[in-house]
Design a protein around this ligand. Structure first.
Ligand code: ZN
Length: 506
């Protein structure tokens, strides 16, 4: 008997899946390069390379070989516990395969190719602040998202198919009901806080912040939080992101601004939250479909938790302000913790999602979620997106119509289709829900954070979130970690308490 045939079907399945993961990671490395170092002339070639790698990975995954091995592996793991590595690997691979098998390889390649081409068009359209220039690429993007939804299948709404691919177990209706709770709470709250704007002076954030000082502080802080530089690095890119190529290589990017308001620090903290999640997934799950975040929403819960619930908290600034003083010197010599913390939490309705405060942020996502559903369902024409955008911006945030560059052209996401934004709001909700559970287990968390001790918090997240990789659906994971399915109440309670403290409300 040869060595190969003596292996179990599960072991052979793992070998094949490992090769598929390698192809996907090679594609991700090419994407990292595209965002950090590639010259603009590389767009056409890079689009072809990405399309090829993604098509090869997809073809290999939907092959007869994987189907055959998976069927035999399912028999081998029968009776093993639901949360065991083996049973989870087989279950999640089956779930991924069922979805992947519904999507033809030419659609996968067409989406990758269209996304890379649309990105170049988007950059030009945004520079000219002219939505009409992006309309042809957007038409293709909407059409490909529709084709994807049709291929995956849905009963009620096209968006159900997209959310099924990204946030398994959730539906459009469920997301709509979470958004309805948020909207009822947020729209009147934002109006009230705009009227109380005088109570919080945030001019300190407009003070200059030296470029090298920003980067040095950002790196010091994320190392202290627990980002392992032996297995990661930080580079610059226009839009910060995290890219993971395996347990030993998880990279973040950041950007530098000119003031405290747009300094690298909280952007780095955000991305390091993503990166610490990936670094916390056990090696035993590596090169399998179980290695990675449970969903974009759960991934975002980790970045938001570190950025907002830690990085914008008063205890964090008790620890961090002396470090800020050490790198900025005179610039912040007169600033105290209270002033800086309140400034960082001021609610300021604005046009740009990525610059939004915690309170208005979810309304930016709601706007996009509604526009996407209307586009997918044919209730809105692509050319009319700026009008639909402006109407909602006024209703939700009280803002007048923006230039296209600050309106529907501000995000790159639509280049690669619809359905990406919901994860950001799910992430906010899950972060607050996890933090409630953390505080039950670590009642003196605030004191530890004020002392610069973050290991207990990271340890809790490793234990309850990171170590599971993709074993569980978002709801399963959140229920195991907190006792309840994903809900809006913890986030609403967190925001109510925070704005009351920041604005001195009774
Ligand atoms: Zn993020």
């Amino acid at each position: 008997m040869s060595a190969v045939t003596s292996l179990s079907a599960l072991a052979r399945l793992r070998q094949v899946l490992g090769e598929i993961v390698d192809l996907q990671r090679a594609a991700e490395l090419l994407q990292w390069d595209q965002e950090t170092c590639m010259p603009p002339g590389g767009v056409e070639d890079r689009a072809a390379q990405l399309a090829t790698l993604q098509r090869l990975a997809h073809q290999r995954f939907v092959s007869a070989e994987v189907s055959r091995l998976l069927e035999r592996a399912e028999a081998e793991v029968e009776g093993l516990p639901y949360d065991s590595d083996e049973a989870s690997l087989v279950r999640v691979t089956r779930r991924d395969l069922e979805l992947a098998a519904r999507v033809p390889s030419d659609l996968v390649a067409a989406r990758a190719d269209a996304a890379a081409r649309a990105a170049a068009v988007w950059r030009e359209a945004r520079a000219a602040s002219d939505w009409s220039r992006f309309v042809p690429a957007m038409e293709v993007s909407v059409e490909l998202s529709r084709r994807l939804a049709e291929a995956v299948g849905y009963e009620e709404r096209p968006y159900d198919a997209l959310i099924r691919m990204s946030e398994p177990g959730l539906t459009t209706a469920r997301v709509e009901s979470l958004f309805a709770e948020l909207k009822a709470f947020l729209v009147p709250l934002v109006r009230r806080l705009v009227d109380l704007a005088d109570r919080v002076d945030d001019r300190v954030l407009d003070r200059p912040c030296d470029r090298d000082a920003q980067l040095a502080l950002a790196l010091e802080v994320i190392r202290r939080l627990g980002f392992d530089l032996n297995r990661g690095r930080q580079d610059l890119s226009a839009h910060p992101f995290c890219a993971a190529f395996g347990p030993g290589d998880v990279r973040v990017t950041t950007r530098v601004g000119s003031t405290l308001r747009d300094s690298a620090l909280l952007s780095s903290v955000h991305e390091s939250g993503h990166a610490m999640y990936e670094q916390g997934i056990p090696r035993s799950l590596d090169r399998t479909p179980l290695w990675g975040g449970a969903s974009p929403g759960v991934h975002e819960s980790q970045s938001r938790l570190w950025e907002n619930l830690v990085g914008r908290s008063r205890p964090f600034w008790e620890w961090c302000l002396p470090r800020l003083r050490a790198v900025l010197g005179e610039t912040v010599a007169d600033v105290d913790v209270d002033l800086l913390w309140r400034a960082l939490n001021k609610v300021r309705p604005g046009y740009v999602r990525v610059e939004a405060d915690e309170v208005t942020y979810n309304l930016h996502v709601l706007l996009r979620f509604e526009v996407e559903n209307e586009l997918l369902e044919g209730r809105l024409r692509t050319v009319d997106v700026p009008d639909a955008w402006a109407a909602r911006l006024y209703d939700y945030l009280g803002l007048e119509r923006p230039a296209d560059a600050l309106g529907p052209l501000q995000d790159i996401h639509w280049c690669s289709g619809m359905g990406h934004f919901v994860g950001y709001t799910l992430g906010n909700l899950i972060a607050a829900q996890l933090m409630e559970a953390v505080r039950r287990d670590l009642p003196d968390l605030d004191r530890r954070i004020a002392d610069g001790i973050f290991g207990d918090l990271l340890g809790w997240l490793r234990e309850h979130v990171h170590r599971h990789g993709r074993k569980f659906t978002p709801d399963e994971l959140v229920r195991r970690a907190t006792g309840s399915p994903i809900g809006a109440d913890p986030w609403i309670a967190y925001v109510e308490a925070k704005v009351a403290a920041v604005y001195g409300l009774t």
